[in-house]
Each structure stands twice: as structure tokens, then as C-alpha cells.
Ligand binder design. Structure first.
Ligand code: KG4
Ligand code: ZN
Length: 365
């Protein structure tokens, strides 16, 4: 094992305040030395979604002590850190400002380099830390704010193959839960209810299925759920379970079609890969077991390796931000100047057109 780089990571783009210390040996392997995440769920749940102003204030309150805790847990101090990596976008601007300004202040005070990291790059590169994955591979990011199928060619080299033209997948789960009277966040509630439901009872639409483009659309599904619920109101617990099961089935079928096309495109573009081609899943919705089963079966059918990093590294965290900084640093990519600005909108793939506007959870890249 050769020289080691160690980075402090900071993540504040949405409703998790997070700090981490991660190191990387020059053989490319990494080690998580500390991983601290404070979820603001309790602060937002009464509102049924993330309130940007509350989020920004909560980041201000928590970040300093979380950074201290991460350093203590890692048994290190700022003077022993090689660089600072902070999320600079995309996300809610108030939160981004808190994290990036803190990163700048630490960089300034210690004289260490600052890496302003794209949050989506953090998700995209995590599988290289957890599974030592080689480029190129495909990544499906499914969270409350994003639904994207991305070709990961290398550090800083991404092609967005598909994105949602309306709601993010997590948002569709949350909205469905809300209109059925289930608590926020809705994803786990819908999954729980679906377990005892009849997935054949409602024939919900499967938007864009069969189309050659690789995009997603979930708002029509949500409308269909509302109409189904209204048509049988008042709904019983069994009705709710049946709706949730049918909703999840429609999503599974949609992903099967959309991602299946993505895998075929990957095989056409990269007929030879070093080992099995791989699909990585990330984002909070990746916790859903029915969707995982669908993706696993799809990968098995097409000869892909299915990589799902542990749940706490799929949802928002600072480990992935630190790791993205480490990957950049190891390649000799330049650090950022201290006047770097946060960007609420920051697509991973600069050539991809924005198909979306600003959502509840911030700008959609
Ligand atoms: O990545 P994440 O923790 O946070 C952000 O989007 O920032 O994702 C949260 C989303 C929420 O929409 C939540 O409802 C959804 O992930 N989610 C799930 C499940 N667990 C969380 N959706 C479906 N099934 C689940 N088990
Ligand atoms: Zn995220």
C-alpha cells in the first residue's frame, strides 16, 4: 500500500447535514474513517416535504459540530487532512451556501485545497469506493429530487441518457403516499402497504414504455392513483394496500422497459468491457425491495452485474462527496478557487438539455 490521501467531505444540498473523513491509497482503494449524517426529517415532516429555509437554518446549526464529530471519530484533525470537498450543487441554494462557505472557511484557515463537488458526481462515483468498479458503467439515480440514467465514462465524464420529464421517482412515491393519507416520506410507507396488496387490482399507466428515448415520466401515474382512490372513496386499508401494490408494479414495469433499453444501448456502445458490464443504483428509492428485485432480474437477463451500495451510501451522505474529491485529487485535477459559487442547477452532463424546472427539492439537473 502506497501513499494515502485524506479528505474532509461536507454535504448540505438538501435535508441531510453530513460530514465525513475518507482516505484513498494510491492503489485506488478507499477507506471510510468517519461518516456522520444528521437527517432533518423531523423538522420537515409536519410540512409534508422539505422547506428550504428550515433546511438552511438547520445546516447552520448542525454543520460545525458534525465536522468536529467526524474528525474526532476518524481520530484526526484538520492539520492532518489533505483537502476539503464540499457539495457546490445541484440542490437548495441556502443549504449549498452553508456547506460551501464552511468548506471555503476551513480551506482558507488551513491553507488546504478546496474541491467544489457536484452532488450527482458523488452518487455516480460511490460504487468505485464500495465495489472498486471500473469505468465505464451505468448509474441509475432514483431519489426525491432526481431520476437519471447516466453513463459514467470516467471522473468528470458523464453522459445523461435519460431523465424524468416531470416528477422524480421518489417524489411520485411521496405524492402517492400523501394522497392516500400516509405519512412523509412516502416511499417506505408505500412499500410497506404494498406488501399486503393486490398488484393486479388497478391497471395504472406505464408512461413512455415502448419509446426509444430513455426518459421517464411519473406525473400521469400519480394522477391515475388519485382518480382510482377517488372512484372507490372512502378507501379502506386494503384499498390502500392494493393501490400501493399496483402503483409499485407499474413503476417496476416502467423501469424494466426504460432501463432494459439503457442496458442494450450500453452493450452496443461498449461491446467489450473489462469484466461484466455493470449497473449501479443510487438514491433513496434504491431502498425499495420490489424495485431492486426488478433491476436485479433485468441485469441477470442482460448479463450485467447489479451493484447496490449499502443504503446509507445510496442516500445523501458526505462520504460520496469526500470520495469524489479524492478521485479528482488523485488524478491531479485542479482544486477550485475560493471564490467558487454554489449552483442550484448543475447538470452532470453539460451537453444534456434541461427537461425540467425547479421542484420542491430544488432545481433538477
Ligand atoms: O436520496 P434520498 O434519501 O434524498 C433525497 O432525495 O434528497 O431520497 C429520498 C426519497 C424520498 O422520496 C423517499 O420517499 C424515497 O427516497 N424512498 C423510497 C423508499 N425509501 C425512501 N421510495 C420507495 N421505496 C422505499 N423503500
Ligand atoms: Zn442525492
Amino acid at each position: 500500500m502506497g501513499a494515502k490521501l485524506r479528505i474532509l467531505g461536507i454535504e448540505t444540498s438538501c435535508d441531510e447535514t453530513a460530514a465525513a473523513v475518507v482516505s484513498r491509497h494510491d492503489d485506488g482503494t478507499g477507506r471510510i474513517e468517519a461518516d456522520v449524517v444528521l437527517s432533518q426529517l423531523d423538522e420537515h415532516s409536519a410540512y409534508g416535504g422539505v422547506v428550504p429555509e428550515i433546511a438552511a437554518r438547520a445546516h447552520v446549526d448542525a454543520l460545525d459540530s458534525l465536522i468536529e464529530e467526524a474528525l474526532t471519530r476518524a481520530g484526526t484533525r484538520l492539520s492532518e487532512i489533505d483537502a476539503i470537498a464540499a457539495t457546490a450543487g445541484p440542490g437548495l441554494i441556502g443549504g449549498l451556501l452553508v456547506g460551501l462557505m464552511t468548506g471555503k472557511a476551513i480551506a482558507r484557515a488551513t491553507g488546504k485545497p478546496l474541491y467544489a463537488i457536484n452532488h450527482l458526481e458523488g452518487h455516480a462515483l460511490t460504487a468505485r469506493l464500495t465495489d472498486n468498479l471500473r469505468f465505464p458503467y451505468l448509474m441509475l439515480l432514483v431519489s426525491g429530487g432526481h431520476t437519471q440514467l447516466v453513463l459514467v465514462r470516467g471522473v468528470g465524464s458523464y453522459e445523461r441518457w435519460g431523465t424524468t420529464i416531470d416528477d422524480a421517482l421518489g417524489e411520485a412515491f411521496d405524492k402517492t403516499a400523501k394522497l392516500l393519507g400516509l405519512p412523509y416520506p412516502g416511499g417506505p410507507e408505500v412499500e410497506r402497504a404494498a406488501a399486503t396488496g393486490d398488484e393486479e387490482r388497478f391497471a395504472f399507466p406505464r408512461p413512455l414504455v415502448g419509446e426509444a428515448r430513455l426518459d421517464f415520466s411519473f406525473s400521469g401515474l400519480k394522477t391515475a392513483v388519485r382518480q382510482a382512490a377517488e372512484s372507490i372513496a372512502p378507501v379502506s386499508d386494503q384499498d390502500i394496500a392494493d393501490i400501493c401494490a399496483s402503483f409499485q408494479r407499474a413503476i417496476s414495469r416502467t423501469l424494466d422497459d426504460r432501463i432494459g433499453r439503457g442496458l442494450l444501448r450500453f452493450l452496443t456502445e461498449f461491446p467489450q468491457t473489462d469484466g461484466l458490464p455493470a449497473l449501479v443504483v443510487a438514491g433513496g428509492v434504491a431502498a425499495n425491495k420490489a424495485l431492486r428485485r426488478t433491476l436485479q432480474a433485468l441485469c441477470d437477463r442482460h448479463g450485467f452485474r447489479f451493484v447496490a451500495p449499502p443504503h446509507h451510501l445510496c442516500t445523501d451522505n458526505a462520504v460520496m462527496i469526500a470520495w469524489a474529491g479524492l478521485e479528482r485529487m488523485a488524478l491531479g485535477m485542479p482544486a477550485d478557487p475560493l471564490d467558487v459559487q454554489p449552483r442550484s442547477r448543475w447538470p452532470l452532463d453539460a451537453d444534456a438539455q434541461a427537461l425540467l424546472s425547479y421542484g420542491k427539492r430544488g432545481a433538477k439537473a
